[in-house]
Each structure stands twice: as C-alpha cells, then as structure tokens.
Write a protein that binds this ligand. Structure first.
Ligand SMILES: [Zn+2]
Length: 349
C-alpha cells in the first residue's frame, strides 16, 4: 500500500507543489515561496518524466565500461581519467571494508582472487564485477563496477580532438544499444536490500531544509550532519544561504533499475539525492539533456553548468557523498553516498 502510494505520488508531486497554499517552513529560514514545478523539470521531450531517472544514466555511464576501449587515445583517456578504474582490486575491496566497517567483516585472498565477507557472504573481485563467489566463473556476463578517480578540485574541462569525439560518440551509442549489466549483489548486501519491498523497508522519511524526502535509514544522521554543516556556513555565506532558500525539491529514494539493465540505481537504496532549486537560469544540469543543444557537451565550461555553491558540495563530500558534477558525464543535481570513493582517492579514512 505504501509502495502504491509512492508510485502514485510521483505524477502528482508537481501539482501538489504548484497548488499547495501553505508554504513549507524551512528550519531557521524564511517561508519558502510558492514554486512552479515545471521550472525544475529540465530537459526536453525525450527526458524521463522523473527528473532523477536520467541522472542514473550518468552515474552509470560515468564509469569505466564505456571508456576502457580508449586505451589508444591518451588525450581522451586523460580527460576521462576520473571515470576510469585505476585502482587494483585489492585496494578497492579494502576501501569498501573501511567505508562500511560494520558490514564488511574480512578481506582475504581466496581461490585465486581477492574477496570480502559482507555479513556472511563472500564477494570476489572478479575483474571488477564484484560477484558472489558462486558466480565467479560468470564474470563475463557482467559489467565492472564504477570505482573512479575523484578529487577535491573541479576536474579541468578541455576540448577533444576529432578522433576522440568520434570515439566518444561511438561509445555513447554503443552503451545505448548494449546497456551495462552490473551484478547488484555488492550494494544489495551493503544496504540490506534484495528487491523493491526490502528497499522500502529500509528507507525513512526525513526533511532536508524543510523539504521532505526518503533516504536509507542508516544515512539519516549523515544527511542531518550535512544539513548542520550547511546551516553553519549559511551564517556567513550569503551565496550558500540564497541557494538553500531556492531549493524546492529533494528526490531521494526511488526504486528502479537503471534503464534497460539489471543494475539498481543508487536512488533504489535511498543512498542518492537529487537537489532541485526553483530554476537553473538556463544552465545545463545533465550531460544527456545538454547533448541535443550542445553536441560538445563535455566542453561546456562550468559557468554554463548548474553548480551548487562550493560550500554546499563540500558539506556533502565531508560526509561521504560524491557530487555528480565532477563526473565527465556530469549530473550536477546528483549526490550519492560513496565513502569508498573518497577512501580510494586518499581523501578520507
Ligand atoms: Zn540522481
């Protein structure tokens, strides 16, 4: 019943926001003005009806599998280096163990491969597929997981050569035709989720600056800490304060596979959030929406992309959430809890 309600709510949220006569009270902030939801739904007719749906395309394409064949194209590879797996399997599994210490009990070399024990189930590295050990031999059926480079600073934006552009076009098309298929076992085990109903049991309703959202219950304190840090910053940072006042919607939990794949979106675990302000002032939010108008979307300067204030991004990063605006396949409204990425990149832990 709850699930059905959640599904039914999606199409009417826009109406609710535009017709609600009682403005929401933001903690410590002036009353939020009434907003026109249509302004927060970027993109064109081909965009998914759920503003966050396409976002997962980015978190998925912003990984190695679409890029591995660039090995002979050093420039492009360097431009996309933050999306290419560049860590040995043992280091990645070790970072996962540090990031989720209550769940990952052991790291060991077993049957010729590194493996971690998550709540009693062993997952082997399996060339980046991270599979339950009984599926070890089926690694070719799956796409590697994204464990990418990530930095404090904004990645440099650069032009691509004609050859690189062609190669990138081919990659994007190929991915559309052959979507990746990651085995969901790793994050299912970390978040205690196996299907839609178990995921719903794990999420809780919460408020982020007065805006209702649903996230994994284990992240309630983390999100509260992010809010606290931003609240402190707002006392002296007007830009940050104005940005928070402009927020109209937070899309958290939403159970779904990444389109055309068996891989669950991080929104399915309630571990990703899309932060939506009242408008984007004509700036680009998401690479796939930008693509029709900007065929060279990857070269769009940051001034032409929607950017939350630095202090806002930093508050999320300080509590284990990566920001999709640093991905080559940018998604600037998207934050997801990936402490292992920070540990891998030497930023924490
Ligand atoms: Zn998202």
């Amino acid at each position: 019943m709850k699930k059905l309600f959640a599904v039914m709510m999606i199409p009417i949220i826009g109406i609710a926001l535009t017709t609600c006569s009682t403005p929401k009270l933001i903690r410590g902030l002036p009353l939020l003005k009434r907003v026109d939801f249509t302004r927060v739904q970027p993109g064109n007719g081909t965009a998914a009806p759920d503003g966050s749906l396409n976002a997962d395309y980015a978190s998925d394409t912003g990984t190695s599998q679409g890029l591995q064949n660039f090995s002979n194209l050093q420039n492009l590879k360097s431009a996309e280096s933050r999306t290419v797996d560049s860590f040995p399997g043992k280091n990645i599994l070790s970072a996962i163990m540090k990031a989720y210490p209550d769940k990952v009990k052991d790291l060991a070399f077993r049957n010729g491969d590194w493996a971690i024990d998550i709540n009693g189930t062993w997952f082997c590295w399996a060339r980046g597929r991270v599979l339950p050990e009984n599926l070890r031999d089926d690694w070719e059926k799956y796409t590697p997981y994204p464990f990418y480079s990530y930095a404090d600073t904004l990645p440099p934006i650069r032009e691509l050569s004609d050859e690189e552009k062609q190669e990138l076009d081919n990659r994007v098309k190929e991915r559309e035709e052959n979507p990746p298929s990651r085995h969901p076992g790793l994050y299912n085990a970390l978040w205690g989720v196996s299907d839609r109903s178990s995921s719903w049991e794990k999420v809780k309703t919460t408020y982020f600056f007065g805006l209702k959202t649903e996230i994994h219950r284990e992240l309630l304190e983390d999100l509260a800490a992010v809010e606290e840090e931003i609240l402190t910053g707002m006392k002296t940072d007007d830009k940050l304060r104005r940005f928070v006042e402009s927020l109209v919607k937070i899309d958290g939990y939403n159970f779904r596979n990444i389109s055309g794949t068996d891989a669950l979106s991080f929104h399915s675990y309630g571990t990703a959030l899309d932060i939506l302000p009242a408008g984007f002032n004509g700036k680009q939010v998401y690479w796939l929406w930008a693509k029709p108008n900007f065929p060279e979307w990857y070269s769009l300067p940051y001034e032409k992309r929607f950017m939350p204030p630095e202090a806002f991004i930093r508050a999320f990063e300080n509590h284990g959430f990566v920001w999709g605006g640093k991905w080559f396949y940018f998604d600037t409204i998207h934050f997801e809890y990936r402490p292992e990425i920070f540990i891998l990149n030497g930023m924490r832990g």
